[in-house]
Design a protein around this ligand. Structure first.
Ligand SMILES: *Cc1c(COP(=O)(O)O)cnc(C)c1O
Length: 363
């Protein structure tokens, strides 16, 4: 109803409109992350492998039986991406097809019927178009998009569900850096692991996060913001952080952990690697031991560390603790490589830097 702009987006799915938009009640100047949701959501159901007709409806509670598989055994998967506003008011979605590809892989790993690509794309595009007044215009803000699938069969046996539902919900989010970019502090947690080879560490699925909450709380209580996960076998190689992949500037090279099967293949990670290679930097995807980083911090060859992920884009790391040893980075200030990547990627999001490879889908 607030949307007066003509668009070329075709309406694939029927829409049940919200009676009154919640948009005027939202304080767009003070957005945080993930606690405000836009007016509409998308739902489509799947039974015995057959997808029903999907529909867009007002954002609201969903009903399912208390015995639904997702509530007990966690058969589900999700994605996280963002829509941004260009200076001229146009709205775009960043790397939607890369997110679809990863979503399809997560679904396969969880034995969930893969949501068809057209359903994923068309539902997200139509939903963002419908709620486009919810896409903030501020350079540091975005509309966060959360597609997810859940197993809903009413059955307590441990077996793949026969019914599923795919939803898309969206919500405006603020910058992680409302008070300027402040590097975060991490600690390893050698008594806990996030993922093992052959497990689900490379899929975006609920259990990975549930299992991380306890060690993360311990890290927070000790004054760190997140856990830097080490590999499960040797507890020696650096993997990733909560919802970010890790990068280090070591000996003038940009290095990141190889995708060994236990690391989530981030779309931002891929973006960072592609940009750095385009700039002529040496980029290595390989095993990185924590001892190598400690050594590099002692002899001055480790100059920067930062995380990459959709939520924060680039998050500089100022300090890493490991078994009583400290890795201090760039006097706990944002380094030049992190800054250039942050400015370039957010520039592409908002149309201030040319989109190098058709990453943005303008809607
Ligand atoms: C989502 C996520 C990332 C970052 O992926 P992006 O596609 O860049 O947002 C990294 N690690 C984990 C565990 C994640 O869940």
């Amino acid at each position: 109803m607030l949307d007066t702009k003509e668009t070329s987006v075709s309406s694939v799915f029927p829409v049940e409109h919200i009676e009154e938009s919640k948009r005027p009640e939202i304080d767009f100047a003070n957005l945080r992350f993930g606690d405000v949701f836009a007016d509409h959501m998308f739902e489509i159901r799947c039974r015995n492998g057959e997808w029903s007709a999907g529909q867009i409806m007002p954002y609201g509670p969903i009903e399912m039986m208390p015995s639904a598989n997702i509530l007990h055994y966690g058969q589900g998967s999700f994605e996280g991406m963002k829509a941004f506003r260009y200076k001229d008011g146009e709205v775009n979605i960043f790397r939607i097809d890369d997110h679809y590809q990863r979503f399809a892989n997560s679904c396969k790993r969880m034995n969930i019927p893969v949501v068809p690509k057209e359903v994923f794309r068309d539902s997200i595009v139509q939903l963002v178009d419908l709620d486009r007044s919810w896409v903030p215009d501020d350079h540091y803000k975005a509309l966060y998009l959360r597609p997810f699938v859940i197993a809903t069969e009413e059955f307590l046996g441990v077996k793949p569900s026969r019914s599923y539902r795919f939803y898309v919900i969206t919500g405006p989010v603020g910058s992680y850096y409302s008070e300027g970019i402040k590097p975060i502090r991490l600690t390893t947690m050698p008594d806990y692991v996030r993922a093992v080879k052959g497990g689900v560490g490379d899929a975006k699925v609920p259990g990975n996060y549930a299992a991380s909450l306890k060690p993360t709380q311990i890290a927070i209580d000790e004054g760190y913001s997140q856990v830097l996960w080490l590999d499960a076998m040797e507890r020696k190689y650096v993997e990733e952080v909560g919802a970010m992949n890790m990068f280090f500037m070591l000996n003038g090279k940009l290095i990141t952990s190889a995708l060994t099967g236990t690391i989530l293949p981030g779309v931002t990670r891929k973006t960072v690697i592609e940009l750095a290679k385009k700039w002529g930097m040496d980029v290595e995807e390989r095993l990185i031991s924590i001892d190598e980083l400690i050594e590099g911090s002692k002899n001055g060859t480790l100059t920067e560390a930062f995380g990459s992920g959709t939520a924060a884009v680039i998050s500089p790391v100022g300090y890493i603790h490991h078994k009583g040893q400290a890795i201090e980075l760039n006097q706990e200030k944002m380094g030049p490589v992190a800054e250039k990547l942050y400015n370039t990627i957010t520039g592409i999001h908002h149309g201030n830097v040319e989109d190098p490879a058709g990453w943005c889908t303008v809607i």
